[in-house]
Write a protein that binds this ligand. Structure first.
Ligand code: FES
Length: 210
């Protein structure tokens, strides 16, 4: 994991669009009076989405002001969670590659190698065309379908290097593949089909009721 510092070049100001501001106010209102700070993560995420996928420092201050929080508390949150990007990301995709144990045991290193070759040797560095960035992160909560990556709000699971190439090809062409398992399994069901309750359909439950 890399050092997470604010980007040297920051915009002078940040303001939510009218639509996002209305959404932010409605989100804050979901929390009890005095507990608005609980909305900090969704507000920062919305600001990041509005700002092309990375979170500028003026947006952190705006969110802090909206929630009545000290700036340092919002900086702490934004610099702690890898869901927040502190520098410009690829125009088409930023790829979070999970490198925690289950994904690592199932081939995450080979996925990182694809990112290094196709995007850039170093994480958080723009690809030559400016369309992609990548980084390795800790568990993204899809361990049963390891190895996996997240792009935007979607996860791509059960990956091999070849399947990740296809995912990246889809983003490059502006036609991302369907999220989820890339080998067609349903959710995290056993890859080779059911292994339990396989006689369920043949079971005669009338006997059990007698
Ligand atoms: S270890 Fe990769 S998603 Fe949990």
């Amino acid at each position: 994991m890399s050092v997470r510092r604010l980007f040297a070049e920051q915009p002078a100001a940040f303001a939510f669009s009218a639509e996002n501001e209305a959404w932010a106010k409605a989100t804050i209102a979901n929390y009890p009076p005095g507990k608005g700070a609980s909305a900090v993560i969704p507000l920062l995420w919305r600001a990041q989405e509005q700002h092309g996928g990375w979170l500028p420092e003026p947006a952190m201050r705006l969110v802090a002001d909206m929630l009545g929080m000290a700036y340092i508390r919002v900086y702490e949150i934004a610099t702690f969670y890898t869901m927040f990007q502190l520098s410009p990301v690829g125009k088409k995709a930023h790829v979070w590659v999970c490198g925690t144990t289950p994904c690592m045991l199932r081939g995450a290193e080979a996925l990182v190698a694809v990112c290094k070759r196709r995007i850039s040797e170093e994480p958080h560095s723009l690809s030559k065309d400016g369309n992609f960035t990548w980084e390795e992160v800790e568990c993204l909560g899809v361990c049963a379908n390891a190895p996996m990556v997240q792009i935007g709000r979607d996860t791509y699971e059960d990956l091999t290097p070849e399947l990740l190439e296809k995912v990246l090809d889809g983003y490059a062409a502006g036609n991302p593949p369907q999220a989820g398992s890339q080998i067609g399994r349903q959710a995290s069901c056993p890859a080779g089909g059911p292994t339990t309750l396989i006689d369920f359909a043949k079971a005669d439950f009338t006997k059990a009721r007698k």
